[in-house]
Design a protein around this ligand. Structure first.
Ligand code: ADP
Ligand code: MG
Length: 323
């Protein structure tokens, strides 16, 4: 039986909503209605995943559903906002029940974990593309911006860098690894863990923050531009998985953890006076949090090799319109 748009929305995307006094109306009318609590600001962000651009053609639908939401939760994390509601624009080449079932499973697995409700969207036919708009709440005046870094602030990243880029090399068959390591790396590419709790914990501690979607050099570059400052990174301090550190040369050297995208870790700056506060709040998390450099007055990003020499990354991250 052919699925109509309405069937798709009802079967795969409409669920009983949990108790949420801020949600007046969800899926089913011409628009959703939200009541924003006083003293809070609404953080809104949208990210699109296009097949062949943001994920390989062979990616499983459950992974696509998960990742479409994960990249948006990562933006909320980078703002220090609590994610609450999502809308979903789905463009599909065909209405395939099995694909939809698995896509929605992946999407709601993550949505449930962070208690995010799907409150609306749009469904149409065309080349596979998924847009999620996320809406979050943050106490007025406390959001983490890109523009707040100051000279002398220390630069930190969560987790480990470059594993998603390494996974992409696996998909492209440019490298090979044993099954166990391959499986772990594919999880890093397909199922990034958005650092939502980290972002919330960093309010009042970090001076600036961004999430790493396009690569460390490019994304830290956005903090530097917005803050009108520069920085020096110590490459030997970049947190790498044991897999990546043992095969760094084969995988393209320092360029990989500096320029490969899709890690969805947070990069943030912390005034030295807040360092103790930072260590205290980070104790509650199992994932690493590593100091990799320092913010400076001199504009530009300088990357220091272990021998003290400067390293020039060949590429500064993924660009859609520059070839
Ligand atoms: P309209 O013609 O007014 O745009 P639609 O038929 O597109 O209405 O959508 C009907 C309802 O279903 C709306 O509330 C819309 O937000 C919701 N909706 C449509 N597509 C999706 C989707 N993929 N996920 C969640 N909600 C959706
Ligand atoms: Mg519509």
């Amino acid at each position: 039986m052919a699925l109509s748009e309405l069937d798709i929305i009802e079967r795969y995307f409409t669920r009983k909503s949990g108790h949420d006094p801020a949600l007046i109306l969800g899926i089913g009318d011409d628009a959703a209605l939200l009541r924003i609590p006083e003293a809070m600001e609404l953080a809104v962000s949208l990210d699109t995943l296009v097949v062949g651009v943001h994920f390989p053609v062979e990616t499983q639908p459950a992974d696509i559903g998960y990742k479409a939401l994960a990249v948006n939760l990562s933006d909320m994390a980078a703002m220090g906002a609590e994610p609450r509601w999502a809308t979903l624009a789905l463009t599909l080449p065909e209405a395939n029940a099995n694909w939809l079932e698995n896509f929605s499973k992946g999407f709601f697995e993550l949505a449930d974990r962070y208690r995010v409700q799907l409150i609306g969207g749009d469904t149409s036919r065309g080349p596979l593309s998924i847009s999620v708009q996320i809406h979050g709440l943050v106490q007025a005046g406390t959001a983490l911006l890109r523009s707040g870094a100051r000279p002398g602030d220390l630069i930190y990243v969560t987790g480990e860098l470059g594993d998603a880029g390494l996974a992409l090399l696996l998909v492209q068959k440019k490298i090979g690894l044993p099954a166990e390591q391959t499986a772990r790396l594919m999880m890093r590419l397909n199922r990034p863990e958005p650092r939502v709790e980290h972002g919330l914990a960093l309010r009042g501690i970090a001076s600036a923050a961004i999430d790493l979607s396009d690569g460390l050099a490019a994304d830290l570059g956005h903090i530097l531009e917005a803050s009108k400052l520069g920085a020096t990174l110590r490459l030997q301090d970049l947190p790498l998985s044991s897999t990546l550190s043992t095969m760094l040369e084969q995988a393209g050297g320092w360029g990989l953890p500096l320029s490969a995208g899709d890690d969805y870790e947070l990069c943030f700056t912390v005034p030295r006076t807040n360092q103790n506060k930072l260590s205290k709040v980070m104790e509650q998390f199992s994932c690493r949090c590593t100091c990799i450099g320092v913010i400076e007055d001199t504009p530009g990003l300088r990357c220091r090799l272990p021998n003290g020499e400067l390293f020039e990354p060949a590429s500064s991250g993924y660009r859609h319109f520059v070839r």
